[in-house]
Ligand binder design. Structure first.
Ligand code: ADP
Length: 485
């Protein structure tokens, strides 16, 4: 039972053009709590028509929004930020119920998500153009920056709050209107954010939320409708590639935050205790279901055993259970399919010679749970090395030289986060420059903050979220050439 201080934050309808409405089909999506399979509520389902309507309304609403001063938009965003903070407990309870992460982590996500709104409320006022020294005495050259247009944002279930604010805040700051399609497993956090946006004074049509039984149907409208000028997507690489293709016909701009396969490299001169702390934080946050989670542990052979022993000792201290219960540090996975997939990966690894030091399948925990697991004797032909695990499994592989470590680290098409543990400053520079990743954590397992650019290279995507760069994904540069002077 979900008890909230403000029950009006729990919505079960679509939010389109400032109205709470049911979908035309009358279909519902059942939202369940992954910790125990219980039903939280049923949410209305949108299809093509509702999505198209939201897009048209966004276009109409954007004209006024765009012509407000940056300061006026900033004031509204700051109010939204404040309301999110005021409703922290309720938002965290909703998030834990629909997604599973421990309550403290959920609170962390809400604060982290809100920090993007605060940041972009400030950045809204700093969208500067240029005056370019002309090479023609009778001309003056200027650039201005304008909102890219109506934005579609498709977001995943692993951060049901923050993945939305990371996109909506810069888009609104720049003067865009946004249609959000949250993951069908976790729409409640998105709808609660919309309640607070409305209270904060975000005008109708500027933020709409559509969710439906068919993401494909909504996705097709969002990616083919020529009113939409920009798609920002966070999710799996396969879906990202499909959406890029769908956006091609109307030449939409895209920002893609796709899968990772983060290497976590521990050199012989690392502070092992610090590395283990980082490993726990990076690997087991959200039960391993983040795109920046350490995926492959590459450890120098001379400290391999010591690292593994300390990693196991710290992992034993983690408490697995319902995220709403006190002291739980690892919640359930999102659904039984995720558990099955991870189970298969671990089995494949052990069949090929990997050894489980701790964890492994445990049918007593509950349908959606998988315990924190550490594997040694891992080889590069195993799925746990090649694929993004998205679960609490840590495969460890030994290396002998720095060159070998770099080759292993880069031997993937993904290029999001990486982690590096060493005390040698020359190696820090050398190795960081050699890593094919958008983000490098150096003696640090938690890297994400609104003030720094988050994003990947290679098949992990394009665009950056947060930082002074984040707003650029939502603006166009217009060059104005003034002649006859
Ligand atoms: P995950 O593996 O994290 O669930 P997905 O890429 O499947 O990643 O999902 C991320 C988001 O993309 C979710 O909102 C999901 O509903 C949406 N999605 C999945 N398939 C499609 C599609 N064909 N078109 C549009 N959106 C999609």
């Amino acid at each position: 039972m979900l008890t909230l201080k403000d029950p009006s934050l729990l919505k079960n309808q679509l939010f389109i053009n400032g109205e709470w409405v049911d979908g035309d089909s009358g279909e519902k999506i059942t939202i369940t709590n992954p910790a125990d399979g219980s039903e939280i509520c049923q949410v209305s389902s949108a299809g093509k028509n509702e999505t198209r309507y939201a897009i048209t309304c966004a276009k109409n609403a954007m004209q006024n929004w765009q012509s407000l001063t940056a300061k006026a938009r900033s004031v509204i965003l700051k109010r939204w930020y404040a309301l999110i903070n005021e409703n922290l407990d309720d938002l965290a309870n909703i998030l834990t119920a629909e997604q599973g992460k421990p309550l403290e982590e959920a609170k962390g996500e809400i604060l982290y998500g809100a920090s993007y709104i605060e940041w972009f409320a400030e950045e809204a006022k700093r969208i500067y153009g240029d005056v370019i020294p002309s090479n023609n005495p009778s001309q003056r050259l200027i650039t201005i920056k304008q909102a890219v247009g109506v934005v579609a944002a498709i977001t995943p279930w692993n951060f049901p709050n923050a993945m939305i604010t990371r996109k909506v805040a810069p888009a609104l700051a720049a003067g865009c209107a946004v249609i959000v399609k949250p993951a069908e497993a976790t729409p409640l956090s998105a709808l609660a954010l919309a309640v607070l946006a409305e209270r904060a004074g975000v005008p109708k049509g500027i933020l709409s939320i559509v969710v439906g039984v068919s993401s494909k149907e909504i996705g097709e409208e969002l990616t083919t409708n020529n009113i939409v000028k920009k798609l920002s997507f966070t999710g799996s690489t396969n879906v990202g590639k499909l959406l890029i293709k769908q956006c091609a016909d109307t030449v939409k701009k895209t920002s893609m935050e796709l899968g990772g396969n983060a290497p976590f490299i521990v050199f012989e001169d690392a502070d092992i205790e610090q590395a283990v702390q980082g490993a726990i934080a990076s690997k087991f946050r959200n039960a391993g279901q983040t795109c920046v989670c350490a995926n492959r542990f590459l450890v120098h052979r001379s400290i391999y055993q010591e690292f593994a022993e300390q990693f196991v000792a710290q992992t034993k201290k983690l408490v697995i259970g319902n995220g709403a219960d006190k002291d739980v540090s690892i919640g359930p996975l999102i659904n039984t399919t995720a558990v099955k997939n991870i189970d298969e990966m671990v089995n494949e690894a052990t069949t090929k010679g990997a050894k489980i030091l701790i964890g492994g399948t445990d049918k007593n925990l509950g349908e959606c749970f998988f315990p924190p697991t550490i594997l040694i004797n891992v080889t590069t032909d195993m799925r746990v090395f090649k694929e993004e695990i998205f679960g609490p499994v840590a495969p460890i592989i030994a290396f002998d030289t720095e060159e070998q470590a770099l080759e292993l680290a880069n031997s993937t098409e993904a290029g999001l986060a990486s982690y590096l543990y060493t005390q040698n400053y020359s190696r820090i520079w050398r190795f960081s420059e050699g890593l094919e990743n958008g983000i490098v954590g150096i003696n640090e397992g938690i890297i994400s903050t609104e003030v720094a650019p988050f994003g990947g290279i290679k098949e992990s995507g394009n665009g950056r979220e947060g930082s002074k760069y984040g707003i650029e994904d939502y603006i166009e540069i217009k060059y104005m050439c003034m002649g006859g002077i």
